[in-house]
Design a protein around this ligand. Sequence first.
Ligand code: MN
Length: 141
Amino acid sequence: MDQHLGTDAVFPLGEPNDAYADYFSGKSYLAVLTTQGVPTMHVTFEPGCRNWWHIHHLGGQILLVTGGKGWYQQEGQPPRRLLPGDAVHIPAEVKHWHGAARDSWFSHIAIEIPAPGGSNEWVEPVTEQEYCRLEEQEDRP
Ligand code: MN
């Protein structure tokens, strides 16, 4: 058993994210923090795990990084390296993905921006080739 499952985030690791496993490459964990008002989840990714390219229709999403090292990428944009304390606003209708660095667990709070008729569209996996090119595509000063 891995003694270091997850990150050192103060939010819970939760349970294996079986409901969304089809849309993640690698293993992830989900803790539902609240479903009242604004649905808010804590998501933890094992090293190398990332979700598919996806689109939040109508509502968008906010990510608050709670532990580890990860990536966020909008289609057509350089990938953004994520560390604890980082916040990401993902506008509605933007194709993107988020997930762990290859060598680190990663966790974030995911806040669903409420919108009538809002939905998620899972488009396609982030390929191994795309994932391998993150460092070289990163926008560094
Ligand atoms: Mn998203």
